[in-house]
Design a protein around this ligand. Structure first.
Ligand code: ADP
Ligand code: MG
Length: 647
């Protein structure tokens, strides 16, 4: 079983020869028959009538009933796409891609033509596109270019129950435009039953329920809490395999790393017979439906972002899920017949320890990005924005403060020229600021390469178990001169470019080709955006300080200083942090560093670290740092010649 083949869905087919076309016709006919078996099919006409009659409808239906794939097609068949595009938003990129692929197959068209998708850094749509699946974040960005969404006839905000930050902001924006665009239809669709809340928010919009087709699900709990839920999950998979009748197994884990550990382990003994085991993150909870699942294993955890507005620190932590999530997970086993769900926690835990619902993202995240977007949409009065659930005012204030420090807003809270430019980039404000600042330091060429490499996250280098030493040496080559992790990323990108983007070179250096190609795509797009904001691309490769100053211009909030005990303390809101062992500077330990992000594993680690000179902080962010913040006298007293590592 390969996770990606299940989760990424089917690829579009090429249209080459006649045989292929015949095969496609047969497939299309089969798919048309399959469409009619979905629970939603019986309600097609009734639903279309409701859409005709009302401007806003809340739709509720069990996962797998056909909401995402069918409703946009029904609207197309009923002629809505003649008046404008149908947008359908998804909280997750993978879901947007996979569903678009499925629907293009059902309609027998090439993906990217009539049916397409748009996710950050990847636009698979064309002039022809009439049904557009997109992440909620991308629709939010479309408001910047088209504030009334004039090219759309219907907007379907799907997976509304997920309450992602972008979805919550979309609620406010679409509600607003629906008032002056009576021709625009709004569908708010959700997999859970808290539809009343959506209805109330949208001025008592009618609720359209698609009766579920859920078979009974037997719930099993553990007798005592599990110490290691990954181990427990493996044991449960094997127990199901040897004791239970045929049927596939779905295991909910919290992230890629866990999925990889479990796959590696489970491949060791080869179980007799065959049974598909799907390891998935929360994406399989409601966004994607995998057919054939009869057993669900629910360890009861997921990764949740949390934000401390006081310190401005954001972290991704493994947390217990909510009761609502647990019930969605269990439901995945009862779609096509009776199912079983094995909860790797006790019924007492379920009753007493799990919250009813997950806290909406807007209440536990950094809002700088959203505030910048809203400001550039001309929405000034954020306190009175029509939030379904308002964010904590402390978090709003912090976002305003952060944007002011980045010079994106002036002291009256208005967007500055810098802020306007920053808003053009679909990136975190700190990254956009770093890019905009590269103009001043004449190193935009280098800085957009660094930004692209940072945007692909932590998947550039790999370390095969049997070649760890080779892999580490290859990686260290890019760090020659202790240039810091940002410049090392730049070295990787430039070296690859020098080989004319060679795949072989990637293999030789233990670098993921796929990640590099993605970085190149992102870079191309950033280059296009540079033209829009009229920043010339110029190179200043020999002046590393200039590049580091541009980085600091974006990330000065993320500065830390070495302590006597060898740990670091963040400069403002002091907190103890460490350089991540994968950093090229982990052994060097410079006195002052700027970091890209904090990750909490066993400790609070800074990932992607570069040395800085403390005077830069005052020079670059005088409204944020004073001389006393960067007073270096405490560490200067150490006798010369003593190794830094000795600190
Ligand atoms: P809902 O949005 O109500 O959860 P969907 O429209 O996503 O339902 O799914 C309807 C059906 O389409 C399901 O049976 C699902 O298995 C199938 N389906 C959806 N996407 C794909 C895909 N990429 N490949 C194969 N089948 C799919
Ligand atoms: Mg769906």
């Amino acid at each position: 079983f390969v996770k990606s083949s299940v989760i990424e869905g089917t690829q579009p087919e090429g249209d080459s020869d006649q045989e292929d076309i015949d095969a496609k016709d047969i497939l299309k006919r089969e798919l048309q028959d399959e469409r009619k078996t979905l629970p939603i099919y019986k309600f097609r006409d009734e639903l279309l009538k409701a859409v005709e009659e009302y401007q806003v409808i809340v739709i509720v239906g069990e996962t797998g009933s056909g909401k995402t794939t069918q409703i946009p097609q029904y609207l197309h068949e009923a002629g809505y796409t003649a008046k404008g595009k149908v947008a359908c938003t998804q909280p997750r990129r993978v879901a947007a891609m996979s569903v678009a692929a499925r629907v293009s197959q059902e309609m027998g068209v090439k993906l990217g033509h009539e049916v397409g998708y748009s996710i950050r850094f990847e636009d698979c749509t064309s002039e022809k596109t009439i049904i557009k699946y997109m992440t909620d974040g991308m629709l939010l960005r479309e408001f910047l270019g088209e504030p009334d969404l004039a090219s759309y006839s219907v907007v379907m905000v799907d997976e509304a129950h997920e309450r992602t930050l972008s979805t919550d902001i979309l609620f406010g924006l679409v509600k607003d435009i629906s008032r002056f665009r009576p021709d625009l239809k709004l569908l708010i669709s959700s997999a859970t039953l808290d539809a009343e809340k959506f209805s109330d928010y949208f001025d008592s919009a009618p609720i359209f329920k698609i009766p579920g087709r859920r078979y009974p699900v037997e719930i099993h709990y553990t007798k005592a809490p599990e110490a290691d839920y990954i181990d427990a999950a493996i044991v449960t998979v094997l127990q199901i395999h040897v004791t239970q009748p045929p049927g596939d197994i779905l295991v909910f884990l919290t992230g890629q790393e866990e999925i990889e550990t479990l796959q590696a382990k489970i491949f060791e003994p080869t179980p007799e017979g065959a049974r598909k085991v799907v390891l998935a993150t929360n994406i399989a909870e409601t966004s994607l439906t995998i057919d054939g699942i009869k057993y669900v294993i629910d360890p009861g955890f997921c990764k949740i972002k949390s934000y401390n507005p006081r310190t401005g620190m954001e972290s991704l932590l493994i947390n217990p899920i909510s009761k609502a999530s647990a019930n969605q997970r269990a439901g995945r086993s009862g779609r096509t017949g009776p199912g079983k769900c094995f909860r790797l926690y006790t019924s007492y835990n379920y009753m007493h320890d799990l919250e009813d619902n997950t806290v909406p993202e807007i209440q536990r995240t950094n809002l700088a990005n959203v505030v910048l977007t809203l400001k550039s949409l001309g929405i000034h009065d954020l306190v009175n924005f029509d939030f379904m659930d308002p964010p904590p005012s402390e978090a709003l204030l912090k976002a305003l403060e952060q944007l002011f420090a980045l010079s994106a807003l002036n002291s009256r809270g208005e967007l500055t020229k810098t802020g306007r430019r920053m808003a053009e980039f679909p990136l975190d404000p700190m990254l956009s600021k770093m890019i905009v600042a590269s103009e001043k330091y004449k190193c935009s060429d280098e800085v957009i390469s660094i930004a692209s490499m940072l945007s692909i996250g932590n998947s550039i280098f790999y370390r095969p178990k049997d070649k760890q030493v080779h892999a580490d040496n290859a990686r260290l080559n890019f760090h020659t001169g202790n240039v810091g992790d940002h410049i090392a990323l730049l070295n990787v990108y430039n070296s690859w470019k020098e080989t004319d983007y060679s795949t072989q070179w990637c293999y030789e250096n233990y670098i993921q080709v796929r990640s590099m190609k993605r970085a190149r795509d992102i870079r191309d797009q950033l280059e296009g955006l540079m033209e829009r904001v009229e920043i010339e691309i110029c190179s200043n490769a020999s002046d590393l300080d200039a590049i580091k100053k541009a980085i600091t211009s974006g990330f000065f909030h993320h500065s830390a200083r070495l302590q006597r005990d060898g740990t670091y303390k963040t400069v403002k809101n002091p907190q103890t942090v460490h350089i991540h062992p994968s950093s090229g500077l982990a052994e060097i330990r410079p006195r002052w560093v700027v970091y890209h992000e904090l990750v909490l594993t066993t400790k609070e680690f800074m990932r992607q670290v570069t040395e800085l000179k403390p005077e830069w902080l005052v020079e670059i962010a005088p409204h944020y740092y004073q001389l006393k913040d960067v007073d270096d006298s405490g560490t200067k007293k150490l006798p010369k010649g003593q190794g830094r590592a000795a600190l």
